[in-house]
Design a binder for this molecule. Structure first.
Ligand code: NAP
Length: 304
């Protein structure tokens, strides 16, 4: 997502080097969506990876028209699903997707209808597996009754732990994998994001604003101290905490920089004992982050 300019500028040639370098380093799971850069991100990913597709798991999403701003719409109508997948495949230059997510649940369309149309894409060989994003436990159950759901992609990190109460147990009961998005808290948990430039997209979220941000920064600073004590970076520690949740949890950190891809991969080597995990959970108990993760109108589009 960040390779299409959402967190400041991005450069396509650098983006391609980062994507190909990640694949060279052993990354096999790549995440995009039709709405990232309004098609740009799928085109970039396709340019970088289509010629070395074997062994890669490529995921995309549909259902959001416009990512930010007032023209954002959620679209889960069956006709739209069929149209959207063909457009994504064309931009990516691929003939199938490994995983295809509904990006947000459309409150106007029964989930059975949306997932029913997605299931047809599996039958047609256009898509291998289906996923949902930011869906509620009830919706996950209804969707899984229509077709197996391979993955739920929802925000989960040390400072966004709401899904642990009900969504995670539901997924585990149904055998659905968890793909935590923004596992670095949109960069916040690295403790390198101590101030945001005017106009930064993240400033639309209450937790990045004013006193909330300052209050949250104290905890991010403490995380960085623990990381130093435990010989890793704060980014690695935030990712390692998620990786310790189970083999069914596959975080998808985003970065424009190949150097940071390598750093983030280092999280795989960070072993946390139960005392260290408890210390992290005590530092970021669920509900302790100051301010919501989205502005009010977007909070209404999650957990549906
Ligand atoms: N389903 C959904 O609704 C949804 C929503 C949001 C995101 N996503 C997916 O999740 C992916 C990741 O989310 P995200 O990019 O929002 O958040 P993230 O991975 O939590 O954080 C990305 C931010 O952290 C910075 N960063 C990355 N590694 C770093 C490191 N080692 N040290 C310091 N800074 C570092 C990046 O900056 P640089 O680029 O400058 O390195 C970027 O600003 C996206 O690419 C997208 O595919 C899905």
């Amino acid at each position: 997502m960040g390779l299409s300019g959402i967190y400041g500028g991005s450069d396509d040639e650098q983006g391609i080097r980062t994507l190909q370098g990640a694949a060279d380093a052993g990354v096999t799971f790549f995440d995009t969506a039709d709405v990232y850069g309004n098609g740009h991100n799928e085109e970039l990913l396709g340019r970088a990876l289509r010629d070395r597709r074997q062994g890669l798991v490529i995921a995309s999403k549909f259902g959001l028209k416009a990512q930010t701003g007032s023209d954002r719409q959620v679209r889960g109508h069956p006709d739209y699903v069929k149209q959207a997948v063909r457009a994504s495949l064309r931009r990516l230059g691929l003939d199938y997707l490994d995983l295809y997510y509904l990006h947000r649940v459309d409150p106007q369309v029964p989930i059975e209808d949306t997932v029913g149309a997605m299931a047809e894409l599996v039958q047609q060989g256009l898509v291998r597996q289906l996923g949902l994003s930011e869906a509620s436990p009830a919706t996950i159950r209804r969707a899984a009754a229509v077709h197996p759901i391979a993955a739920l992609q929802s925000e989960w990190s040390l400072w966004a732990r709401d899904l642990e109460a009900e969504i995670l147990p539901t997924c585990r009961e149904l055998g659905i994998g968890l793909v935590p998005w923004s596992p670095l808290g949109r960069g916040f948990l690295t403790h390198q994001l101590t101030q945001l430039a005017p106009g930064d997209y993240r400033l639309t979220a209450p937790r990045f604003q004013g006193d909330n941000f300052q209050e949250n920064l104290v905890r991010a600073g403490r995380l960085a101290e623990l990381a130093t004590q435990w010989n890793c970076s704060a980014a690695q520690l935030a990712l390692a905490w998620l990786l310790h949740q189970g083999n069914d949890v596959v975080p998808i950190p985003g970065t424009r920089s190949l150097e940071r891809v390598h750093e983030n991969l280092g999280a795989l080597q960070v072993q946390l004992d139960p005392t260290q995990r408890a210390a992290l959970e005590q530092l970021f108990p669920p509900g302790s982050t100051a301010g919501e993760r989205y502005p009010e109108h977007l909070m209404r589009t999650v957990n549906l």
